[in-house]
Design a protein around this ligand. Structure first.
Ligand code: C2E
Ligand code: CA
Ligand code: CA
Length: 644
């Protein structure tokens, strides 16, 4: 015999799957089998008593009483431990009837057999002990009757065929108890082998209870979770319909929560979420709901808001509760939230849609500067649909070559010569016509499509530079715009490197325009990527300068060649006032000090150019000279400009 076989032999049989899956079902089955056994015993008891004695009525009535009680008990206790105990007592009473009818002669055998039936069918300690107790009580009572020669309805009262007395009852009791203990021990072994059903059943019940709480509540904050919220919303919908009421779904998303998590760690983040949950819970009314449905996303459902001021006032109050110092693990934190609102049934009668609409409105609130709320509107919905369409359509458009680059000349103010161009993307849609980047670049950034599109833009720019070179314009550069998102990995670098190598162009003619947000977001990776790009010989231009942080320190830190003064500064230059623009002047001066080229963008008027010229700004770009134009037109502009 090998080891595994030995192991298997020593192992107790395991509970069949059906039983493990459904204990109640199993016990119901076992109860039925037991009741059939009892029915059979009843017939046998009547039969035996009628052949041995003429007291078959005693067997019939006594057994019938037991059987009847058990059948009635089954109706209200089926599948429960009470039923198991009653069955054990009932079975034991039958065994006791036999013993008495045989004047104690067949005494010992029945207990064991019956206890074994209980054991194998129920695998439960309680019925075994109940059966043992029944035997002991029975023997004590009938021993007393036998000793005192008291007769009960003329039935035999003899329980021990070898005489009676307290010592016999005592000895016998020890035997029964020992027998119960042995069986109990076998059951205990079964428990240890995971076979015992009753205990597992209790465990499962406990587990179920726990599960039903955790499956309905968020483990961190204890607030209702998404699933729970949906079922509560269903009730609310029913109520709102019945009483013709409205309710508002508020979608809350904490502003810049990721920053807190990233800089102070998840413990502080979790602590803050708990604090926010408590606060939200304390400000809502009894009939309202607050639930956490994701990381830093909460839903508040406001019921019947008409009596507590306008809905706007209630929401403003919620926004205000965030405006305080939150203290989490000795950190003082400032927090705000953005809220989107959708109303049942005005906006939608469908729960999922209502949540989606509130979410859309929340994004609107975020895009409008956060720390505010926004109501869902049909226009907003149309806008989102349009954006979704665009997002889908962009992939096809790239395949169908619908994207084109336009080129806007950059001019040297003093000489009027074109020194280069900025490549600006356009979408030449086969149905909608020319689409401007403001309508799709953000979507491309949000969906990640910008990575693919960005690769195309870089390749296209390089091809353009190659054509410029072939036409003899070896000193005209072309810059392309690069999104923050493209700095997340090293692809940008290899895209540029490949484009330059494959098109055999001079890297000095290639430029990229980046915004300040690039610098802020992934500081270390960005710096690394920028340095590598710079090492290729590519020119790096800081776009929209003056609108962001505009700190001198990072200007020094980053390998930048030129500064583009944002259009808003140029717009400020007016024709008539004898104006002086300190900020604009400072930026120009700053660029000069750091030895950077300074380009003004959005120059539309002659006086703007004059002003810039006077302050020493060297280059400009704008409608005053030319709008962004298709490639062939740009070549025409270059041709004209060559003569200067
Ligand atoms: P930007 O990089 O600041 O580009 C300058 C924008 O100002 C361009 O708008 C240009 O047409 C416009 N502009 C130039 N001169 C004047 C002027 O004198 N007056 C006025 N009112 N506007 C002027 P455009 O082409 O619509 O591009 C808008 C933005 O879209 C760009 O701002 C840039 O952030 C983004 N973008 C454009 N092309 C690309 C691209 O290829 N890749 C990426 N990632 N973004 C791009
Ligand atoms: Ca630009
Ligand atoms: Ca710009």
């Amino acid at each position: 015999m090998n080891d595994t076989m030995q192991e298997n032999l020593l192992k107790l049989p395991s509970v069949p799957d059906f039983a493990q899956k459904n204990f109640k079902e199993h016990f119901l089955q076992a109860d039925k089998v037991m009741l059939v056994l009892i029915g059979i015993q009843w017939i046998i008891a009547t039969f035996i008593t009628s052949i041995s004695y003429d007291t078959y009525l005693y067997g019939f009535i006594g057994g019938g009483l037991i059987t009847l009680i058990l059948f009635f008990a089954y109706r209200s206790f089926k599948g429960t431990q009470v039923m198991r105990a009653l069955v054990a007592v009932g079975m034991m009473l039958f065994s006791l009837i036999y013993i008495q009818q045989h004047l104690g002669r067949i005494e010992m055998h029945f207990h064991v057999f019956i206890a074994l039936a209980i054991l194998s069918l129920y695998k439960d300690v309680v019925p075994v002990f109940v059966a043992a107790a029944t035997t002991i009580i029975h023997h004590a009572v009938f021993n007393f009757l036998q000793l005192n020669e008291i007769s009960l309805f003329g039935m035999p009262v003899m329980v021990f065929n070898y005489g009676c007395g307290t010592d016999i009852v005592f000895l016998h009791g020890i035997f029964v108890i020992a027998e119960a203990l042995v069986l109990g021990y076998i059951i205990k072994l079964q428990i240890e082998y995971g076979v015992e059903l009753n205990r597992s059943e209790n465990q499962i019940l406990g587990l179920n209870e726990e599960l039903s709480f955790t499956s309905l509540h968020d483990s961190l904050t204890g607030l209702p979770n998404r699933y729970n919220l949906y079922s509560q919303l269903k009730l609310m919908v029913a109520n709102a319909n019945r009483y013709e009421r409205k309710f508002a779904v508020l979608f809350l998303d904490l502003d810049h929560f990721k920053n807190i998590n990233d800089t102070l760690g998840h413990n502080v983040g979790d602590g803050l979420l708990k604090a926010v949950s408590q606060k939200l819970n304390s400000i809502i009314r009894e009939n309202d709901i607050v639930a956490r449905i994701g990381g830093d996303e909460f839903i508040i459902v406001l019921n019947d808001f008409s009596d507590s001021g306008t809905l706007e006032q209630v929401i403003s109050k919620i926004l205000d509760t965030f405006h305080r110092e939150w203290i989490v693990q000795n950190h003082f934190l400032r927090l705000s939230t953005s809220i989107g609102v959708a109303i049942y049934p005005d906006d939608s009668k469908e729960i999922n849609e209502l949540m989606k609409f509130a979410d859309i409105a929340m994004y609107k609130a975020k895009s409008e500067g956060r720390d505010q709320f926004s109501f869902f509107t049909a226009t907003l919905n149309a806008q989102v649909h349009e954006e979704v369409n665009i997002a889908h359509d962009m992939h096809r458009a790239l395949e169908d070559r619908e994207f084109v680059l336009y080129y806007q000349p950059k001019i040297h103010i003093l000489s009027g010569k074109i020194i280069g161009a900025e490549a600006l993307i356009r979408w030449n849609h086969h149905e909608k016509g020319l689409i401007y980047p403001n309508n799709f670049i953000t979507i491309a950034e949000n969906t990640g499509f910008i990575l693919k599109l960005g690769t195309w833009i870089i390749e296209e720019t390089a091809e353009m530079i190659s054509r410029l070179q072939h036409s003899g314009y070896t000193d005209v550069h072309v810059s392309c715009n690069v999104s923050t998102r493209q700095f997340q990995n090293l692809h940008l670098f290899s895209d540029i490197e490949n484009a330059i190598r494959n098109n055999e162009i001079n890297a000095n003619q290639f430029a990229i325009e980046i915004t300040e947000s690039v610098m802020m977001e992934y500081l270390e990776v960005t710096l690394e990527v920028l340095k590598r790009i710079k090492n290729l010989g590519v020119h790096i231009c800081m776009d929209d300068f003056g609108t962001g942080y505009s700190s001198l320190s990072y200007l020094r830190q980053f390998p930048i060649d030129s500064l583009k003064i944002d259009k808003s500064f140029v717009d400020d230059i007016s024709e008539y006032e004898n104006n002086d623009h300190i900020l604009l002047n400072t930026i120009i001066a700053m660029g000069q000090t750091l030895n950077l080229n300074v380009i003004a963008e959005g120059v539309e008027e002659a006086y703007q150019m004059e002003y810039l010229k006077e302050r020493g700004c060297e280059y400009y770009q704008g409608y005053y000279f030319a709008k962004p134009v298709p490639e062939d037109e740009f070549f025409v502009l270059l041709e004209k400009n060559r003569k200067i």
